[in-house]
Design a protein. Structure first.
Length: 535
């Protein structure tokens, strides 16, 4: 375990603030989330003096660890739960595995139980998945359609990530360039820009069970139901990784997701970056540096902002900003339907579709009443009422017992749909109701779940905003629909002198990727006439 992890990310102040303010820095990074730490690591490796200022007492942003329960032995990943898009390039260049980062690939990578006691499993072994499809009684036509559907997304992934250029590294390609990489195929272009996940499923499948099992990957984190145009691109975004060399799969980090941020922070410190927690930034002053909440001016030639666009705009205050850029930040969409449910368990629940089996704890589990029900749940949410009609479950302790007491377990749910503003009441008055919706959803497929549940927390969009600092509670720093992806995502460079952006709102996407931070550092160094440090 690296020194930052041993401190649980609570690195404190390395020196009095007055001493930090007494230096002239090459770059100040505002926000100690994983992308800000990545930018700091690359800049420090290039020999630049870098100061990271994090307002909270712990590094990591949404990719961190907390102890929210009475039993402090539970170490919870509160917002970012699983890993799959963390880029291998960053892992190698920053030596993250050598800093103690260890992974477990989830198998099955997706498991979906149904009300009738049957289930669908998407296993790492394709033959196992084929046997599951046959055991479900899926027709040969639909089995062939399922594999064609999966290959469709994988084909786009390979063209965009492993072709003439990796389109996630550096600034975004143009639409014209993307269409050329896709060979001009209208089907592939539609997948990137316009198709709904429901439309794509309808094109390849007739079996409603498969549609119900697979639509969820197109709505994760999205203000929209599965029939909304562009939701196929959500599935595509989450399908762009090559995790542990096994392709677009997902897994767990030993110790929890915060270990990713802590490993990157260790790389940054080793390279010479200075990390400071408990220092809220009040103002970004272009060309001068930043002003902290207590009025201290810390000077820097460049500022790299890891905060979301709305926070960045607030921090810029009355600074002179290009009108078009300001309008773009003002119009940036941060609506979020995501509500998080984190729980400590006395034991694992027993799933009706897998009686007596422990392997579901090693899956990512999607629970839903179906595609159409999810569409209606979104419409209910859009009208101001929570309707938890979809939940993706992660059980950290299915692989990794370290973040819980002996024989206890951690369960987390990425749930939808719930609005920021509740029409009838507010989050304080409705939290218990939303918690019950989660318990009821899980109990539908694991009836003994209430008997396992010890403690839980419900984090609605305002809670995520308040705790993590993400405007609207949007874990991706902004919607990842096609209009805010690729050229629509923010570039690292800004028209504000000396200001760069490195958070999840920048290209390539939201999620725990770390290329956003690398891209920002590369842009800054290039503007200084220096090549990016790679190793």
């Amino acid at each position: 375990m690296n020194p930052v992890a041993e401190q649980f990310g609570e690195v404190g102040l390395p020196a009095p603030l007055s001493e930090l303010a007494g230096r002239d820095w090459d770059a100040i990074v505002v926000g100690g989330g994983h992308n800000g730490l990545t930018a700091a690591a690359y800049l420090a490796k290039a020999g630049r003096s870098v100061l990271v200022l994090e307002r909270r007492e712990r590094l990591g942003g949404a990719c961190t660890l907390e102890r929210p329960f009475a039993d402090q032995r539970f170490e919870v990943s509160p917002c970012a739960y699983v890993v799959g898009l963390l880029d291998e390039l960053v892992m190698k260049e920053l030596g993250l595995r050598e800093r103690g980062l260890k992974f477990f690939v989830a198998d099955p990578n997706l498991w979906v139980p149904f009300d009738d006691g049957t289930s669908f499993g998407q296993w790492l072994d394709d033959d196992h998945t084929q046997r599951d499809l046959e055991a479900m009684g899926v027709s040969k036509k639909d089995i062939d359609g399922y594999w064609a559907y999966e290959h469709l997304f994988d084909d786009v992934r390979k063209k965009l990530r492993t072709g003439p250029r990796d389109t996630w590294v550096g600034e975004s390609p143009t639409r014209e360039e993307i269409e050329a990489l896709l060979g001009g195929s209208q089907e592939l272009i539609d997948l990137v820009y316009t198709a709904s996940i429901a439309d794509v499923l309808d094109e390849y499948l007739d079996d409603q069970r498969l549609k119900d099992a697979l639509f969820g990957q197109g709505v994760i984190g999205t203000w929209g139901g599965p029939r909304e145009p562009g939701t196929a691109s959500i599935k595509l975004m989450h399908y762009q990784g090559d995790f542990e060399g096994q392709g677009p799969v997902w897994g767990y980090v030993e110790g929890g997701m915060g270990m990713v941020s802590f490993a990157i922070a260790d790389a940054a410190q080793e390279a010479g970056a200075t990390l400071a927690c408990g220092v809220p930034v009040e103002r970004i002053i272009p060309g001068e540096g930043v002003e902290t909440e207590d009025g201290t001016l810390i000077r820097a030639t460049s500022v790299v902002c890891n905060a979301d666009p709305k926070v960045a705009l607030r921090l810029l205050g009355d600074a002179e900003i290009d009108a078009d850029y300001k309008a773009r930040l003002e119009a940036w969409k941060v609506r979020s339907p995501v509500v998080k449910f984190n729980a400590s368990l006395s034991r694992l629940p027993n799933w009706t579709a897998a009686p007596g089996e422990s392997w579901p704890a090693q899956a990512t589990i999607d629970l839903t009443a179906g595609l159409e029900a999810s569409q209606k749940a979104f419409e209910t949410c859009a009208a101001g009422e929570p309707a938890v009609g979809f939940g993706e479950i992660y059980i950290q302790t299915g692989y990794d017992p370290t973040p819980a007491p002996p024989d206890k377990h951690l369960l987390a749910v990425f749930g939808q749909y719930a609005p920021y503003d509740i029409a009838d009441g507010d989050w304080d008055s409705r939290r218990k109701d939303v918690e019950k919706q989660f318990v009821d959803l899980i109990s539908r497929f694991a009836p003994d779940f209430p008997d396992c549940l010890e403690e839980s927390e419900v984090l609605g969009p305002p809670d995520i905003e308040r705790r993590i600092g993400l405007t609207g509670g949007n874990i991706f720093q902004g919607e990842v629909t096609p209009d805010q992806m690729w050229e629509g995502r923010l570039p690292s460079r800004t028209p504000v002198p000396g200001l760069y952006m490195c958070g999840a709102a920048t290209h390539p996407a939201g999620s725990v990727i770390a290329l956003n931070g690398r891209n920002a550092a590369t842009a800054l160094l290039a503007d200084l006439g220096e090549p990016a440090v790679t190793a």
